[in-house]
Design a binder for this molecule. Structure first.
Ligand code: GTP
Ligand code: MG
Ligand code: ZN
Ligand code: ZN
Length: 379
């Protein structure tokens, strides 16, 4: 890694082309270690898109290849999307699975249960690669769950050992680096006093690799760019819309009785309609900035007749993609959920239901065992 790397996002710094990635004004280039994009993100919260083209999977593979241990950061809100890439082959290392954003887990669900659920999903997807550990963490609350933190001493890392932090975009890798470095790290990069890794609600914040010495354990931690599985709702939206799908402080949870033919809309993205012949008690989960909207049977009928236009995304940058929706008809039982990767999920209480779902194409969606304890966990 060259010295001329933005310590916030890892992009190679340059002072020649203000429109190209990694620009730093020439007068700042001597002292500052932050590219202009990170500077604006950190100070004004404004996001400038970056050009695609860098081979992020190749970059992660290369860093992991030289590492002794990998921390795979996943997002509690979208575990399927977090595990939609072939992580065992990308990392080819001992892996600790971290379920981040556990502050969003409703208080009545033990975090341990979510860790076990994530471990079971991993096993279903990657049966031949076992994990070193699964832990819940909340970088927001600045702490690990009841499974405890990571004691790097127990992994017999060699002196100067290397630990790579990897994961899908927006799962909280850079936030985790901040948490770890804040509790024993020096915050030094290549001998210079550096700022912390840049964090933002927009996917694609980290653009390259940054290395951080962690003197407490005598090891080096590496932040890496988030990979884009292409199966999550956010992967098909512009960065501003993608950021809005993330729950900030809490989940948006609605417990509703849906009459026969009645529908619930997740923003202007997904529709769910009750095809059963009697009302069904259902629970809906989304981010706190996604509107959950309930419509009667007659209104839903009219809306559906106009499909797919009625679910058109209002953002002009995203609307080209959003018209195409696939219909799924499912029979769902208590103890199961229907998830829409990166957008949320829904479940039934008391009795099974037949549902019609309209989900944008390319977004992974389907039935799963309930993450939040199904019947046992009232919300
Ligand atoms: N609720 C909650 N949000 C979190 C937590 N950790 C991170 N976030 C939010 O998740 C978003 C992404 O955080 P980052 O640390 O930038 O994620 P990243 O994985 O480094 O993202 P990329 O670099 O784009 O791949 C930000 O809006 C964070 O505030 C957490 O523990 N709880
Ligand atoms: Mg990052
Ligand atoms: Zn930067
Ligand atoms: Zn948009």
């Amino acid at each position: 890694m060259s010295d001329r790397v933005c310590s916030g996002c890892g992009v190679a710094l340059q002072s020649l082309d203000p429109t190209a990635p990694g620009f730093i004004p020439p007068e700042k280039a001597g002292a500052a270690l932050l590219c202009r994009r990170c500077y604006r993100l950190v100070h004004y919260g404004s996001f400038e898109g970056t050009e695609a083209g860098a081979d992020f999977p190749g970059l992660v593979r290369a860093v992991a290849g030289k590492a002794d241990l990998a921390l795979l950061v996943t997002d509690f809100f979208d575990l399927e999307g977090s595990l939609a890439l072939d992580w065992p082959s990308l990392l080819s290392r001992r892996i600790i699975l971290l379920v981040n954003k556990s502050d969003l887990i409703p208080p009545r669900t033990p975090r341990r249960e979510v860790a076990a659920w994530a471990g079971a999903l991993w096993q279903r997807r990657f049966p031949s690669h076992s994990l070193e550990a699964v832990k819940t963490v909340s970088t927001k609350e600045k702490g690990f769950g009841p499974e405890g933190g990571i004691d790097f001493r127990s992994f017999s890392l060699p002196p100067g050992g290397r630990v790579v932090v990897a994961g899908a975009s927006n799962t909280g890798k850079s936030s985790l680096l901040r948490l770890l470095l804040g509790t024993g790290g020096t915050g030094k990069q290549r001998g210079k006093t550096a700022v912390a890794p840049t964090v933002s609600a927009y996917p694609g914040t980290t653009q390259g690799v940054t290395g951080w010495k962690w003197e407490k354990y005598g090891i080096e931690l590496f932040d890496t760019p988030g990979l884009v599985p292409g199966t999550r709702m956010a992967d098909h939206l512009c960065p501003a819309c993608a950021g809005k799908l993330l729950p900030g402080r809490r989940l948006n949870v609605k417990l509703w009785e849906l009459p026969p033919g009645g529908a619930v809309l997740f923003g202007d993205l997904v529709a769910c309609r009750n095809l059963s012949s009697s009302p069904r008690t259902m629970v809906f989960f989304a981010g706190d900035r996604v509107t959950l909207h309930r419509t009667s049977a007659s209104k839903a009928e009219t809306l559906l007749a106009e499909a797919p236009d009625w679910l058109r995304v209002t953002c002009p940058e995203c609307s080209g993609w959003s018209g195409k929706r696939l219909e799924q008809v499912v029979e769902i039982e208590p103890g199961q959920e229907f998830y829409i990767s990166g957008l949320g999920w829904l479940g039934v209480k008391k009795e099974p239901a037949a549902l019609q779902l309209l989900v944008p194409e390319k977004v992974e969606a389907g039935l799963r065992p309930a993450l939040l304890g199904g019947e046992r966990t009232p919300v």
